[in-house]
Ligand binder design. Structure first.
Ligand code: DAH
Length: 340
């Protein structure tokens, strides 16, 4: 087909279309089809290059007339129907996208739950500073001056020439000291908080994590009170039929000291992934507050005794959720967090 034939075919197509333009949208469709750079008319203009020289005036004239016709029809339609509205078409029947709801982080959820159980048992919440001094983090907790926990490898020290004893607390036991310094027995406190250790970050450990500390000081408090409290707590929090195991251990600030294990709430002791096939889960470190600690904090060890315990919150979250990489709790990946 020669260009002149193409133009006349296009002309009859356009003449045919013009009476069908009955809205602003139809006018816009007409413009997009014929009057834009990639439209039908412009593509004929491009074909003009191939037309023999002597035919060019004729073909050019036909094209100009066609363009004038199309432009005139479009302008007329615009006058008639107005410009196409710039508001996008609103389809009220589309299903809504829904709102994503935020949620409390699993670590905070766990702390809240632990605190609420201990509160119901008569413990009140106490807090202390993250930036501590050596005395509260170590000294008054009966750590010897050369105890390896004071080592650079475990403790982040604060770079402050005026206060060489400042550090980021390595455990929430520092809050015990502050509580005992400031309160008179009977003392029943639970102390949640963030702690810091100079450790390599891995699937099992972080340099910054959470602990909960418990402290009970009164006249005549014994190891039996410690056992009863921890067992009552764990039966409410984990598994009402849990069995327990108290293993002797060592902490400078308690004497005697123990670590408390509970039968695995998932496999009931048969062995599974959560308990690493041992049947037991470690719940916390604990013990009777060392008399040296009581005296250092202004409490007479001949009159009062007490117990303390402490555990890591992230470990509890891992046990309960089955997450096997502790770093997932800090990545803030919504796909992980939205599951809790
Ligand atoms: N402070 C200990 C730690 O960071 C945990 C702990 C153990 C706290 C025994 C206690 C306790 O109060 O009695 O590993």
């Amino acid at each position: 087909m020669t260009l002149i034939d193409q133009i006349s075919a296009l002309r009859s197509e356009i003449e045919h279309e013009i009476p069908t333009i009955d809205s602003a949208d139809a006018a816009e469709r007409f413009r997009l089809k014929h009057l834009v750079k990639k439209g039908t008319i412009q593509s004929c203009v491009e074909g003009l290059r191939m037309v023999p020289r002597e035919e060019k005036p004729l073909v050019g004239k036909a094209l100009n007339e066609l363009r004038a016709l199309a432009e005139g029809a479009f302008a007329h339609a615009q006058e008639q129907f107005g410009k196409r509205s710039s508001t996008p078409h609103l389809d009220l029947t589309l299903p809504p996208r829904g709102q994503r709801r935020g949620a409390v982080h699993p670590i905070t959820q766990t702390v809240d739950k632990l605190v609420s159980i201990f509160s119901s048992m008569g413990f009140e919440v106490a807090e202390g500073p993250d930036v501590e001094d050596d005395t509260h983090n170590f000294g008054k907790l009966n750590f010897a001056a050369d105890h390896p926990a004071r080592d650079m490898q475990d403790t982040f020290f604060i770079d402050d020439e005026a206060r060489a004893d400042l550090l980021l607390r390595t455990h929430t036991s520092s809050v015990q000291v502050r509580v005992m310094e400031n309160m008179k027995p009977p003392i029943r406190c639970i102390m949640p908080g963030r702690v810091y250790r100079n450790e390599a970050v891995s699937a099992r450990s972080l340099a910054e994590f959470h602990q909960i500390e418990g402290l009970y000081i009164d006249k005549g408090v014994s190891m039996a009170d410690l056992k009863g409290t921890i067992m009552a707590f764990a039966r409410r929090f984990y598994d009402e039929n849990a069995e327990f195991r108290f293993r002797t251990s060592y902490f400078p600030f308690t004497e005697p000291s123990c670590e408390i294990d509970m039968s695995c709430f998932l496999c009931k002791g048969d062995g599974c992934r959560i308990c690493k096939h041992s049947g037991w889960l470690e719940i916390c470190g604990a013990g009777m507050v060392h008399p040296n600690v009581l005296s250092a904090c202004g409490i007479d060890p001949n009159e009062y005794s007490g117990f303390a315990f402490g555990f890591g919150v992230e470990r509890v979250v891992l046990m309960l959720t089955g997450i096997d990489d502790i770093r997932l709790l800090y990545d803030n990946d919504i796909r992980v967090l939205s599951q809790f």
